[in-house]
Ligand binder design. Structure first.
Ligand code: ASP
Length: 440
């Protein structure tokens, strides 16, 4: 029997989110920031930590049992090629949309000079911190990311959530090793992985019971941190940077609601409405956590249970996507870099804009799946096109809000590609929880 709407998880999350915004605004206007940080924010932190805690075990167990059940390893490399091709292709389209919109609407041209000076002064020290973080990234050689995929120690790799690609690599190796092992030896090991995977999925469901409270805590925290007991400041920021925000949001909306649906329509049998309803809990979590890494367990669960993507495809395509596929981030980086150039009166040549396409695609691959990572990589793009990177001070004030929206796009992109790959490999199964939702 269908649950009443208020018992369905995505509605509960929406309620937590709305109450969080309302409470956050009240707390900021009444000067309760410190109290809120002490007594409400920890619930959000706890929830996000639980999700991160489960990410490595989930990827490890589901990828090992997924790959080990593969009949032939060639299929894996074909799937890998298609996945990476689609990830890069969709990211390039996202950058082009961002560039087209920012060149069309030119939001940086009408930024008054005194607003520019104020913004620059207010966020100078924060901008310097991000620049030094970017400097560390720049020290690395062009092929270092390949070297980084292979860990020299299995335990160390699984002890760090930011080395998700290493976990993917180790799980793939173990899965392949098991397929090459005689049945009587591999079967008991596989049974253990299967059992562990089931247990981990149950834990994801348990954690999700806390989602409404977690999301409430996260939203309250975001708002009081943004407003710092002065809501007027947020209003001023939004009006100064309103047209820039609108261009980013408009670009993300085009990518999410035009490009993905077109791809889904042409390459999968899943109706677009069913797709969006199926992954809504993951999108809401992406919005409130600003982290595609923390959202990964829920993205995997929803793609399998609600869209019918097979375990094998979901456990390979989605962890890879959470680490290397960031369409929303790339689109935002394209808009932000041209906006900063416009605001300081620099005209970007076609060559510079082409550089943006290339560096934004590469930078989004290297961006960590955590809050605020996109703006650090933006420094690298700005330097590649010779725009002063101190310019990020202009947009830092509204970055958190845009981060929430670009993370939703990133997660939606991963789910779109997973569905397309599953359809192309004949691995789109009958979903366990068909539309409309029974639970999450
Ligand atoms: N927060 C984004 C993510 O986790 C990355 C970024 O754009 O900052 O997907």
């Amino acid at each position: 029997m269908k649950k009443p709407w208020y018992r369905q998880l995505h509605w509960q999350i929406i309620i937590g989110l709305i109450l969080g915004v309302l409470f956050g605004v009240m707390a900021a206007s009444k000067g309760w920031s410190a109290w809120t940080r002490n007594w409400i924010s920890p619930f959000g932190t706890l929830f996000i930590t639980l999700l991160k805690l489960i990410a490595v075990p989930l990827v490890l167990t589901s990828l090992v049992s997924g790959v080990a059940s593969l009949s032939d390893v060639k299929k894996l490399s074909r799937m890998g090629g298609k996945t990476i091709g689609l990830y890069i292709g969709t990211t390039a389209v996202a950058v082009l949309i961002g560039l087209a919109m920012v060149n069309l609407f030119k939001p940086g041209k009408n930024l008054p000079a005194d607003t520019r000076t104020q913004l620059q002064a207010a966020h100078q020290s924060d901008a310097t911190n991000r620049q030094s973080a970017a400097d560390e990234v720049k020290q690395r050689g062009p092929l270092d990311f390949l070297v980084d995929i292979v860990p020299d120690n299995v335990l160390a790799a699984s002890s760090n959530n930011s080395s998700m690609l290493q976990v993917v690599f180790v799980s793939l190796l173990l899965g392949i090793g098991l397929t090459l092992t005689p049945d009587e030896k591999s079967k008991p090991v596989l049974k253990i992985f299967d059992g562990l995977m089931e247990a981990v999925i149950q834990i994801v469901h348990l954690i999700m019971i806390l989602a409404p409270i977690g999301v409430f805590g996260l939203m309250v925290n975001t708002i009081v941190t943004l407003a710092q007991d002065d809501l007027g400041q947020v209003r001023e920021l939004l009006s100064a940077l309103g047209s820039y925000c609108l261009v980013v949001v408009g670009g993300l909306a085009v990518h999410c609601f035009v490009i993905y649906p077109i791809l889904l329509k042409f390459f999968t049998p899943i109706p677009v409405r069913k797709f969006f309803s199926g992954i809504s809990s993951a999108q809401l979590l992406a919005f409130s956590t600003s982290s595609s890494g923390a959202t990964l367990p829920v993205t995997m669960d929803r793609c399998q249970k609600r869209l019918g993507v097979s375990e094998e495809v979901a456990s390979f395509v989605l962890p890879l996507g959470a680490t290397i596929n960031m369409d929303g981030t790339a689109l935002y980086q394209a808009v932000a870099s041209v906006f900063i150039a416009q605001a300081i009166g620099m005209d970007l040549t076609i060559a510079a804009q082409a550089t943006i396409v290339l560096t934004a695609v590469l930078a989004s691959i290297g961006t960590a799946a955590v809050p605020g990572a996109g703006i650090i990589m933006l420094v690298i793009i700005l330097e590649a096109i010779n725009v002063p990177s101190e310019g990020i001070a202009l947009i830092l004030g509204v970055d958190r809000i845009l981060d929430m929206l670009r993370t939703v796009t990133n997660v939606t992109g991963d789910a779109t590609v997973a569905t397309i790959i599953a359809a192309s490999e004949n691995q789109l199964e009958e979903p366990e929880e068909p539309f409309p939702a029974q639970g999450m």
